[in-house]
Design a protein around this ligand. Sequence first.
Ligand code: CP
Length: 315
Amino acid sequence: MNYISIQNIDSLEKWVKQALKIKKKPLKNKKLGKNKTLGMLFFNSSLRTRLSTQKAALNLGMNIMVMNFTSEGWTLEFEDGAVMNSGASEHIKEAAEVVSQYCDIIAIRAFAGLIDKEKDNAETVLSGFLKYATVPIVNMESATRHPLQSLADAITMAEHKTAHRPKVVLTWAPHPKALPQAVANSFVEMMQLQEADFVITHPEGYELNPEITKGSKIEYDQDKAFENADFIYAKNWSNYKEYGQITNSDPNWTVTAEKMKMTNNAKFMHCLPVRRNVIVTDEVLDSENSIVIEQANNRTYAAQLVLQKILENGK
Ligand code: CP
């Protein structure tokens, strides 16, 4: 079993219930991972993913090996048949097979480069490991998806929702750097698996990949989208059509206390790290309605559930 996207799970409702059970007794399966090793390969920076996934593995009694691939590993070649007479020192074929001998599960973080849309959509790094590794793979945020985050988001929303069909708004917000679409994509895919009045709001031109948003409702008027919302999930992403570009940095899209007043006393969510007073004001982030710290806490239980399922099911 691999965990590449939230669509790899059979029932979101069941998984959320199981994760909440793990949260109550996180050390219950401390023996399950005995003598098993999780290898965590990072091609990009991390705080939450790295520590929460390690914590999850420790809760299961696993051994953990972490490698910051870009600073510590050989530069990898991903193209089959490549004549490797320039930058790359090692082919993914050997690298993935070798790492598979040391680890029982390989977890990988490899963001979008935001230069070549086709290459990012092909998930070059993740696909390379999926092709050549001989052990299960966990996606710790790839070019197009962040399914450990969206599972943690689903757990957090389940803990806070009061209506059977809450209104959930994914809002774009400005950011000074070009960011990938992975978190937003996975949030959309997770919302498509549950009962909700789900609305995506962003400036015109900032549409996410239509193969992911499918029929999800898009509202270009942020104020209108916020009306009666139960959850506001803020995230920046760079332009998908003008791939990887920042074509809008309008501060009017920042989530403010005034905008939150239009909602149904909504909870504020963000995957973190967050740029204060750019994505969201201090007032909102520090308010009682902000559940971002709980979201980050639930990353552990999301990761623990995924690792537990893999350990129980094997390949
Ligand atoms: N939300 C998230 O994935 O955080 P990190 O990038 O710090 O891991």
